[in-house]
Design a protein around this ligand. Structure first.
Ligand code: TPP
Length: 668
């Protein structure tokens, strides 16, 4: 410990031989976020900005991490990492506009504070759910490995976030795949009001590295020289010897979780102890004591920063508040995708549903060098339904990746791959297991383009559906969970040729697509399928039978149940619409059919309430009321979980209620 007459310095800054230039740069980099925050606290009190999450006292970590990364290496900060944004030299007026919800920010006013990313500065901001960031970092690092570019990436979490399953999953994946990610835990004593003693029960979070088979370090987070010099050595080596490294920074949160909530629950002596370890003041004292920082230099630095802050604040305040335009809002939910038709070849071969999907996927792998497949048992084993059988022989294990059982981390990793310019297809072993990856699908992938213009170029394959006696957890058809979420596309083919062409388009489309594959159709439905790579447009239904008595509008297995009915009763003239995709939905085809028949039956395999049939019924009621000659009828599964025993499952499914429903509607 060194001391000066005016200040006792609790850190030994002389352990690393850094040049004066480096020391002064680190100081200036810490000073800027500190001074911006001090200004923000004033503005907050004046009601000129909304919420604020303070990183005061933690600047050495943000600055140290950002300083050891190259500018083209991605960095994934959290809510207390202003120093990352300033070290990457984001123009302050844009940051200020972002915090005021103005157009010159990074999210067109759609998301707040640090919840944004920017490809320009290679920063990927958080979503509020914290944990998915680690999985996204995995995906970015996987892309780096595939590109062989010797780059690393760094990602942050607080110690509170480390309790989330996403974090464990992502650390495990990174270790199993040797991904060069610098995982940074800022252990600042409290997660909102919860102290570390109630958050975890090991001595150091870094100790968890051992459990993941991962190198880990503990670093004094308030000592910028230690942060910088240790990380410099670690990251230089990671670029040459790619591997994940877990670093726990010991630090403290000096202000409330967010400003309004205060720090009453923090004992004063703890606050005092950490106040004495302030990273900026202690470092300044050291630099002064060593004669590296003169008073004149300090005045110059501070006045330059004050000017920069004030000038940029003026710009941001002068900017008009954002105005909402319905068309722009709706247009930004999805990345614009111009469908390119690739025509079907005349040559065909008979394929089962399962083989058509496999062939389509293989042809997409051949077409897109940047396409990666991830899923449980998809490599040597070929997936539980054998759709990727033989793929590793053709495409190698780098692009056909067995994953640990960790749906959430893999969905997040697919987001990271997309950020880095890759496409991915993730196979859910069964659609039921999507629940374990639900959060990143509906919150990260779905909202990313709307929030900051970043597409999630991901297809999630969903083997779904009942009729195979697989019980409540291997039989669900859960498309309605996703059709409800803006930002996702949902495809649900019923025939081999459609499945193949729609899968190709889903992969071409840069937006996140949930691709439903009915398991009961895999080996029971065959069709002549064009042999070439071809595409089919999303949002176009198919009329499978033209009729005038009654419309049946359905998709997936329902299409085959309806066809059985048509075969059984040739005297009834049925207009049968196979929707093929549910989002986008071909409303024109639906309305056209209703206008032809005046009687409409909506058939879905999912249980009734809240299913897509209900929404289609509402659309028809609103738009085709005067064309209706009877009530809009819905036929769906029972409002129960899906039972296992054959007799129960049969009674659960809607097929046996279909005939009666058609009769009722015809008689109306
Ligand atoms: C999944 C989820 N649960 C709860 C929250 C509410 N929340 C936001 S930040 C936070 C505390 C985070 O603590 P930590 O990770 O230690 O970061 P710190 O705020 O201390 O920097 C909580 C509980 C959330 N955002 N997401």
């Amino acid at each position: 410990m060194k001391s000066t007459a005016e200040h006792s310095i609790p850190f030994d800054y002389s352990t690393a031989a850094l040049s004066n230039d480096t020391l002064l740069t680190l100081y200036q980099r810490m000073l800027k976020p500190r001074m911006i925050e001090e200004k923000m606290l004033i503005l907050l009190r004046q009601g000129k900005i909304s919420k604020w999450f303070s990183g005061i006292g933690q600047e050495a970590i943000s600055v140290g991490v950002a300083s050891v990364l190259d500018k083209e290496e991605y960095i994934l900060p959290m809510h207390r990492n202003l120093g990352v944004f300033t070290t990457r030299e984001i123009p302050l007026n844009r940051l200020f506009s972002q915090w005021q919800g103005k157009a010159n920010g990074f999210t067109k006013g759609r998301d707040r504070s640090f919840h944004f990313g920017t490809q320009e500065y290679k920063i990927v901001g958080m979503i509020s759910h914290l944990g998915p960031q680690f999985g996204v970092a995995d995906g970015i690092s996987l892309a780096n490995l595939l590109k062989k570019n010797n780059q690393i990436c760094a990602v942050f979490t607080g110690e509170g976030g480390t309790s989330e399953g996403d974090i464990h999953e992502a650390l495990n994946v990174a270790s199993v795949w040797s991904l060069p990610v610098l995982f940074c835990i800022e252990n600042n004593g409290y997660g909102l009001s919860t102290p570390t003693s109630e958050q975890y029960n090991c001595e150091h979070l870094a100790d968890r590295g051992k459990g993941y088979g991962m190198e880990s370090h503990i670093i004094e987070g308030n000592n910028v020289v230690e942060v910088y010099s240790q990380l410099k050595a670690i990251t230089d080596d990671m670029r040459v010897n790619p591997r994940p490294v877990l670093v726990e920074f010991k630090t403290f949160r000096m202000r409330g979780h967010e400003e309004a909530s205060g720090t009453k629950y923090v004992p004063q002596d703890l606050m005092d102890q950490w106040a004495a370890k302030d990273p900026v003041e202690n470092f300044a004292a050291y630099l002064r004591q060593e004669g590296i920082l003169t008073e004149a230099m300090e005045v110059e630095y501070k006045s330059a920063i004050v000017h920069e802050i004030n000038d940029n604040l003026e710009l941001a305040f002068a900017e008009n508040p954002i105005e909402s335009s319905e068309s722009e809002e709706l247009d930004d939910v999805y990345q614009n995708f111009v469908y390119q038709e690739v025509e079907k070849s005349e040559t065909t071969q008979e394929l089962r549903f399962v083989d058509a999907i496999s062939e389509g996927l293989k042809q997409s792998m051949e077409r897109h060098d940047n396409l990666v497949i991830m899923g449980q048992d998809v490599a040597e084993y070929g997936g539980v339904f054998k759709i990727t059988e033989g793929f590793i022989e053709q495409f190698g294990k780098a692009r056909v990746r067995n994953t640990p059982i960790c749906e959430s981390a893999i969905v997040s990793a697919s987001m990271g791959l997309s950020i880095s310019g890759y496409k991915s297809v993730m196979e859910m072993q069964f659609a039921d297991f999507v629940t374990s990856g639900f959060n990143p699908i509906v919150n990260y992938l779905a909202k990313s383009h709307y929030r900051w213009g970043q597409a999630a170029d991901v297809v999630v394959r969903m083997p779904c559906g009942a009729g195979v006696g697989a019980g409540p957890f291997h039989s669900q058809t859960n498309e309605a969970w996703f059709t409800h979420t803006p930002g996702l596309k949902v495809v649900y083919p019923a025939f081999p040729a459609d499945a193949k062409g729609l899968l190709a388009t889903a992969i071409e489309d840069p937006n996140p697509v949930l691709f439903f594959e009915h398991k009961a159709l895999y080996r029971s439905i065959r069709q002549e399928v064009p042999v070439n790579y071809y595409t089919l447009p999303l949002g176009k239904a198919a009329r499978l039978n033209s009729g005038t008595d009654i419309s049946i509008i359905t998709y997936g297995a329902g299409v085959h149940w309806a066809l059985d009915e048509i075969k059984k009763r040739p005297e009834v003239s049925v207009d049968l619409i196979d929707l093929r995709t549910l989002q986008p939905l071909d409303v024109a085809a639906i309305y056209d059919s209703v206008k032809r028949t005046g009687k409409v039956l909506l058939l879905q395999e999912d249980s009734m309430f809240g299913g897509i049939a209900s929404d289609i019924a509402a659309l028809i009621a609103e738009h085709c009321f005067e064309h209706l000659d009877g009530p809009i009828m819905r036929v769906a599964s029972l409002e129960t979980p899906i039972p296992f025993a054959a007799a129960l499952e049969k009674n659960y499914l809607p097929q046996q209620r279909l005939t009666a429903a058609i009769d009722k509607l015809l008689a109306y």
